[in-house]
Design a binder for this molecule. Structure first.
Ligand code: NI
Length: 231
């Protein structure tokens, strides 16, 4: 999922290895660690709507494989990929893997302080129970449906049971924006996308028009008198 406000999704044409930008030389140990990170930084290719991977229900993951180096590496790659495209969540089917895995994180964005923060979370084999069936409408985007935004109703509160990064049991209650991100990502694990959750498509907008006719008027309304919010 992409944050409603923050997004400029870009696509690479193939898997590529990028070096992290390392400022300065630092100690020998630092350089060694930097070189290791450089080799590990992997951006995965993101599947777009129309690729069968997006519509294939994902299989449960064998907990015995979670601690394997290969799986741990995949978790790192998914987080790197989510960050690269300014996503707030990424599900394994979006990187062509039909397994029940999603990562999510929303960190403070100085230009858009209104987006609530969500800690970096790994969800393996998640099971979601709706605790509050009231729904909230808000805008969503998706890295697999680039340059589009639409209003999606989501349940207000959920209980989430899943395995975490090291296979530990997770069991928590979440609400509002955090619950929205989890509903979006767990839909991907069922082969569903946010368009399927829209009661109608009348709000569906291209990103540039959405920024012009939805985001900018909203920012103006919220801007104190005498100040502008051009960025
Ligand atoms: Ni998505």
């Amino acid at each position: 999922m992409t944050a409603g406000q923050a997004i400029q999704p870009v696509y690479v044409n193939d898997c590529s290895i990028y070096g992290r930008a390392i400022a300065g030389g630092g100690s020998r140990a630092f350089r060694k660690r930097a070189n290791r990170d450089k080799a590990r930084f992997m951006i995965l290719k993101v599947a777009r709507l129309g690729h069968p991977a997006i519509r294939t229900p994902a299989q449960a993951i064998d907990p015995a494989m979670i601690k394997s180096p290969e799986f741990q590496r995949l978790l790192d790659d998914m987080v790197d990929t989510m960050h690269e495209y300014s996503g707030v969540g990424l599900a394994a089917p979006q990187v062509h893997l039909s397994i029940q895995l999603a990562v999510l994180e929303v960190s403070h964005h100085p230009r858009y302080p209104d987006v609530p923060e969500v800690p970096l979370t790994y969800l393996i084999n998640p099971q979601v129970t709706v605790l509050d069936t009231a729904t909230i409408d808000d805008w969503e985007g998706c890295l697999s449906i680039p340059e589009m935004r639409g209003v999606v109703p989501r349940y207000k509160q959920l209980r989430v049971v899943a395995l975490g990064r090291q296979g530990e049991q997770l069991d928590f209650v979440t609400s509002d924006f955090h619950a929205r991100v989890i509903q979006h990502e767990t839909d991907h694990l069922k082969g569903e996308v946010y368009l399927d959750r829209m009661p109608n498509l009348r709000s569906l907008s291209h990103l540039a028009e959405w920024q012009r006719f939805v985001l900018e008027p909203t920012q103006k309304r919220h801007t104190p008198a005498g100040k502008t919010s051009s960025d």
